[in-house]
Design a protein. Sequence first.
Length: 234
Amino acid sequence: MRLNKYISHAGAASRRKADELTLAGKVRINGKVMSEPGYDVAEGDVVEVDGKIIEPVSEMIYILLNKPRGYVTTTSDDRGRRTVMELITDIPERIYPVGRLDYNTTGLLIMTNDGELANRLMHPSHEVTKTYSAMVTGNLSKDSLWKLRNGVDIGGFVTSPAEVNIIKEHPHHHEVEITIHEGKNRQVRKMFEAVGCNVRELKRISMGNIYLSRLAEGHYRKLTKKEIEYLRNI
């Protein structure tokens, strides 16, 4: 297996990043620095990246979790908060979340041990759409909707045009669906704050053509073959 593919399958880096690490002298094969990205890893070779021995996974796992509030999307937390890893109880393989949902955001979260796929999905060049259901308070005027749909400054970053639709109006809040393809930290919340509104509840309901549907909060399921193939072809 080509070295960059080996590193990617181990979840250590994308293929492109693997090449950069190799050229920078941060990859060792059997204890010796390997600076040739085209090297083919042979059976028995010991591969190290930044001093850590890596191995490609033997079985690829792909699951969809409906993340509840009050969990962080990391494998561990130095502040002692609950992590999404605590919700995965019957999968022995080491998996990790693809991207992040903030502490108080719920909904669709893909988790896998396929490092190559994870890196590809998180790379901004692929522009994977993400749709959220939000409960929004404040004056969500026509001007506010126009700004959200055409891009707003969320603090040194102007968002790309978003699809925003009011699903239902209530006396004190609106039910809104918003679709974006970027993944800046707390982006949806910051977008509404930029037009004078506040997001009280936020739930991701789809990622591309992968849908949360009726999966109960805190539960997870394996992705179907069709869903996996879709993600691989993005």
